[in-house]
Each structure stands twice: as C-alpha cells, then as structure tokens.
Write a protein that binds this ligand. Structure first.
Ligand SMILES: CC(=O)N[C@@H]([C@@H](O)[C@H](O)[C@H](O)CO)[C@@H](O)CC(=O)C(=O)O
Length: 303
C-alpha cells in the first residue's frame, strides 16, 4: 500500500524559465496544471530534466516550493535533491520535507570519482536528514557512477530506502534490482526508449524526460502493459521511439525542442539554460512535424 503511489507514469519536471532565463513561478504553475490535466501519476522535480545541475540552491528550493504549492495532494511528488556537496543536498532535502513531498531522490556524488563507501555515506546522510522515503537515482551515463546490486542491497537495510530510479541502459539492471528488492521496493524505468521493455523486466513504472512531451502515449503504453496487450504496447513504443529520435536530432538540446513543442501547445515554459543549446531557426521549422508525429500516434493508439 505504501508503495502504491509510486507506480505508473511520472514525468521528470522541466525547468520553467521566464524570457530572461530566471525561474518563473507562473510558468512552473502552467506546467503543473498541464500535467495534472493529463492525469499523470506524479512528478519528479529538480532532476536531470529539471536542469538541476545549472541552478543554484535558492532556485532549486523555489522550484520545489512552487510545484508543491500547486500539486500537493493531487499527485505523487518526488523531490530530487542531489547536489555537488552533501551539505547542499541535505538543505534541499530538509526543504522538500517541509513542503510535504512524498519522497526524496538523489544522484550519487559527481565530479570526483569517489569509492562506494563515500557514495553510501552521502546517500545515508541525506536519508537521515528527514523522515521521508528515499529513491536512489542510478544514471551512470551522466554521473560516471554505476550502482551495484550489492550496494543497493546494503542501502535497502534502511527502511526509508524504497527503491531506485534506474536510468542505465541495460534492462537487465532493472531485473537485478527488482530481484534484490522484491515487492518491497519500487524500480523505475529511466530510459524512455525502452519503457515497455523495462516494465517487462520488472519496473513498477517510469520516470522520464520525454513523458511530458507526449503523456498520452506513455499512459497508453502503461495501460496496454497492464492489460497484457504486449503487441500493442510494443507498437506504441516504436512510435514513441520515432518521436524521441526526432526530438534528439535537432540542433538544440532535446529539452529545448520539447519546450518548444509545449509552447506550441500553449504551455510556455521558456527555453533551456546554457550550456544546453536552445533551438535554432532551422529547428523552428521542424517542430510542427514532430507535433504531427505525436498527434498521429495519439490518434492511432489513444481512443
Ligand atoms: C540520461 C537521461 O536524461 N535520461 C532521462 C530519460 O528520460 C531520457 O531523457 C529519455 O530516455 C530520452 O533519451 C531520464 O532517465 C532522466 C530523468 O528522468 C530526469 O531526472 O530528468
């Protein structure tokens, strides 16, 4: 029961900036409202898609506050609090706890390559700082650190550790973490390109950076999976992947492209913060065709 709220489709929340590139409360609210209307199961705030790595502590606290004020009690809220220092991570964790988040999450330490003992200590110090549940964030392709099943097992000794958001590419990692934790943990699929495969390998749901660009498609893929309609789930995944390839094939970063897609849907959340690239004039001309791909797939699969 305690873990039930952590299942399903949980979009990674984007950074919402004004035209000057500052965090915008109004635009954050607009994205909250859009996702609420789409009936997603929750949001993961301040992670990779939230551009956390490019924001200072006050900005990250503000985003956590705005989202909680708008969505608390309406869906599951997970706060990503990973930061370069343990001190800053704890400050963010305590802030999220005062706002009523359902769980915390954090990447491992970045920049210095630290031993497992330091990584374990870092996560445990965040966990000890608040009464909230904790979801480990494993994303080796950006952090350079790979969570092992043995460290996962060790961390699970703390009852506040309820699972892992696994963004590594092998779906076998999902199966291994689920094997270690069983029904007492939630494992989230990270790579959106293999959402259905991740579910097949045991993931309880997903947290993804492209969900908000096409929430209906991911919700439907999840529905097909739950209904045992695996052929349909596979077909919708193929369409999702065509769209992700298009989102990632522009001059601007994937997040900049998604933000322009949302802008054309009436949800203006600004652009991205450098060094991420904004979209080019050339990209601008191709956004409508990406929107058509999303709309056509939605029409085909979501009745
Ligand atoms: C490496 C990376 O950014 N992975 C994304 C994916 O959702 C990714 O955007 C997607 O699979 C497209 O490649 C997520 O796992 C990250 C995420 O959910 C987040 O913290 O924003």
């Amino acid at each position: 029961m305690r873990l039930e709220k952590f299942r399903g489709i949980i979009p990674a929340f984007y950074a919402c900036y004004d035209d000057q590139g500052d965090i915008s409360e109004a635009r954050t609210n607009a994205l909250c409202d859009y996702l609420y209307e789409k009936k997603v199961n929750g949001v993961y705030v301040g992670g990779s898609s939230g551009e956390c790595i490019y924001q200072n502590l006050d900005e990250r606290k503000a985003v956590l506050t705005y989202v909680a004020n708008r969505l608390k009690g309406k869906m599951t809220l997970i706060a990503h609090v990973g930061a370069p220092s343990t001190r800053d991570s704890i400050e963010l964790a305590k802030h999220a706890a005062t706002l009523g988040y359902d769980a915390l999450s954090a990447i491992p330490p970045i920049y210095f390559k630290l031993p497992d003992s330091s990584v374990c200590k870092y996560w445990n110090e965040i966990i000890d700082a608040t009464p909230l549940d904790f979801i480990i964030y494993n994303i080796p392709q950006t952090t350079g650190y790979t969570l092992t099943t043995s460290l996962f097992e060790k961390l699970l000794a703390n009852p506040k550790v309820i699972g892992v958001k696994n963004s590594s590419m092998p779906t076998m990692d999902i199966e291994r973490f689920k094997r270690v934790g069983g029904d007492n943990v939630v494992v989230f699929n990270g790579p959106d390109e293999q959402y259905v495969a991740g579910r097949m390998m045991g993931a309880d749901g997903g947290i993804g950076g492209t969900y908000a660009a096409m929430p209906e498609l991911f919700l439907q893929a999840n529905e097909f999976f739950l209904q045992g309609k695996f052929e349909e789930a596979k077909r919708i995944q193929s369409h999702i992947n065509d769209i992700i390839v298009a989102l990632c094939s522009q001059n601007g970063s994937m997040y900049a492209v998604i933000k322009e897609v949302l802008n054309r849907r009436g949800v203006n959340i600004g652009s991205v913060r450098g060094p991420l690239e904004g979209i080019s004039n050339e990209d601008m001309g191709r956004i409508d065709s990406i929107i058509s791909m999303i709309d056509e797939a939605t029409q085909q699969f979501c009745k």
